[in-house]
Design a protein around this ligand. Structure first.
Ligand code: 2E6
Ligand code: F3S
Length: 311
């Protein structure tokens, strides 16, 4: 059976501005305050990133009860609920908030409209920390729908003031379909001026769409917990191209590439480029001779660091 001949790299792929910033916050906190630095939840959903920061002195916890008094604490890029924020304040931790500014934007919108009397339909994945954080901006009046079927089962207290919000890393196609169902049930519902799905999610999914027209198989570098990475593999499969996720290059299996000439390679927004390059080396070792970058848009988004960590 023939092995791979060509590798096509998706553009854009890998780190987004929110992930860059979140990792930088932990690194700078370590440099400025010394180890340990406590981080609530994986700073981003990537095993390599988390292990690297652990080796530098970060301690990852889920429960604030595991943070000693007086410690420095970083909130992950996915954001936190008001309850978590309050608890951290009450315990007097020195907090740095690595919530992606595009997640914070959704939190701010929810808080603002809630003051005006709005209730919300949130489209997202139950149990995901971003969904917990966004829903936890309010103590009531925010109703989660995960799919079109859920839309029939939400029961807001009133329908005059309703707004829709979403998780930032959804499948753009699924979100459009669910939003359409929400609008059919609540025709006057208010939508955000600009969608909540972030630029990085949109761009990585657009790149995979283009790529599936020319590749025989897609490899996605990303951890199993990463929502945006999972959406890339899922999209490829939906478009008829087999896709596999690898958390690290050793997970790549030769049989996935048997009989596949062109191998597409992309990475979720939390997956480091070193892992992509290691996968390239492995696919080359299996026979690929050329590596080509797809054309794609160049991302220039950059977010400032929080006060107290700037150089
Ligand atoms: C924060 C918000 C959105 O699982 P998900 O895709 O949300 O998270 P990561 O850590 O894989 O990606 C970055 C991110 C952080 N996305
Ligand atoms: Fe932010 Fe989107 Fe990245 S919400 S952390 S820019 S995937």
């Amino acid at each position: 059976m023939m092995g791979p001949e060509e590798i096509l790299l998706a553009e854009p792929r890998g780190f987004c501005a929110g992930v860059d910033r979140a990792i930088e916050i932990v690194e700078r906190a370590l440099a400025k305050f010394g180890r340990p630095i406590y981080v609530r939840h994986e700073i981003v959903h990537n095993t390599f990133v988390v292990d690297d920061l652990k080796s530098k002195g970060a301690i990852f916890i889920e429960d604030l009860a595991d943070v000693p008094p007086g410690a420095t604490l970083v909130f992950s890029a996915h954001g936190v609920s008001k309850a978590v924020q309050r608890e951290a304040d009450a315990r007097g931790f020195h907090v740095f908030d690595a919530t992606c500014p595009l997640v914070t934007k959704v939190h701010v919108e929810v808080a603002k409209l809630a003051k005006e009397g709005y209730e919300f339909i949130m489209i997202g994945h139950k149990g995901h920390p971003e969904v917990e954080g966004t829903m936890g901006q309010l103590d009531h009046g925010i109703h989660l729908v995960e799919d079109v079927a859920d839309v029939a089962n939400v029961h807001p207290a009133q329908t005059e003031k309703l707004a829709v919000v979403t998780q930032t890393t959804l499948s753009t196609d699924d979100a459009a379909e669910i939003t359409a169902a929400v609008k059919r049930r609540f025709p006057t519902i208010r939508q955000p001026k600009q969608q909540d799905i972030c630029y990085a999610t949109q761009n990585r999914q657009d790149a995979v769409k283009l790529m599936t027209q020319v590749v025989d198989v897609l490899i996605v570098v990303g951890s199993p917990t990463s929502s945006n990475s999972n959406r890339l593999a899922e999209l490829s499969r939906k478009l008829g191209v087999p896709a596999y996720m690898v958390d690290n290059p050793s997970e790549l299996r030769a049989e996935w590439l048997e009989g596949k000439q062109r191998v597409g390679l992309t990475a979720g927004a939390s997956a480091p480029e070193v892992l992509v390059q290691d996968v390239v080396a492995r696919v080359k070792a299996l026979g690929a001779v050329s590596v080509r970058k797809m054309d794609g848009i160049q991302e220039t988004v950059k977010f400032p660091l929080p006060k107290g960590l700037k150089l």
